[in-house]
Design a protein around this ligand. Structure first.
Ligand SMILES: [Zn+2]
Length: 175
């Protein structure tokens, strides 16, 4: 009965008698093959109390070894995709917009536009596929709203027909 070792596992010897070198004095070896004839494994000696056999490879019976540690393969990379797997949400992010939020396009004929899960729609709720591709290739640009008071573009929020930056909104409220 072979133990269930995996390639990359770090093992140590557990028998004083079965092997001369890969014995209990061998404190670390890396499993480099688990598919050897007769259910054997191939290991590379990493640490040995007698400094013996380091770097050498042996084909051994897994019965006489035990796991020291298993280095799990990294799982990263998929978190972002899990957060948001919608294609159109990714498109919106590329354009610096959000799904469902209206925005203006410089020179756009049917402003405002809106991105949804089904594509880009204009103010008449018509699918605007050509406009979307022109945004993506940089032929068209999304217009950053400018404050009706100071003309700035920093943190401008739409308030009815008068877009206003946060700073001006505060001043107006203070009056
Ligand atoms: Zn302002």
């Amino acid at each position: 009965m072979g133990r269930d070792f995996k390639v990359g596992d770090i093992v140590k010897g557990n028998s004083e008698t079965r092997y001369n070198l890969t014995d209990a004095d061998m404190t670390e070896a890396r499993v480099i093959d688990t598919d050897c004839v007769g259910g054997k494994i191939r290991i590379e000696v990493l640490k040995h109390e007698q400094e013996a056999g380091i770097g050498q490879e042996f084909i051994v019976d897994p019965e006489y070894f035990e796991l020291v540690r298993r280095e799990e393969p990294p799982t990263g990379g998929s978190e972002l995709e899990l957060v948001d797997d919608s294609k159109m949400a990714q498109v919106a992010r590329i354009l610096g917009e959000e799904l469902g939020k209206e925005f203006y396009i410089v020179g756009g004929r049917c402003n405002p536009y809106k991105l949804t899960e089904n594509g880009l729609f204009d103010s008449y709720d018509q699918l605007a596929t050509v406009v979307l591709s022109e945004l993506l290739i940089g032929k068209l640009e999304i217009k950053k709203p400018t404050c009706a008071h100071c003309g700035g573009t920093n943190e401008v929020i739409q308030q009815g027909n008068a877009p206003m930056c946060k700073q001006c909104a505060k001043e107006v409220l203070a009056k």
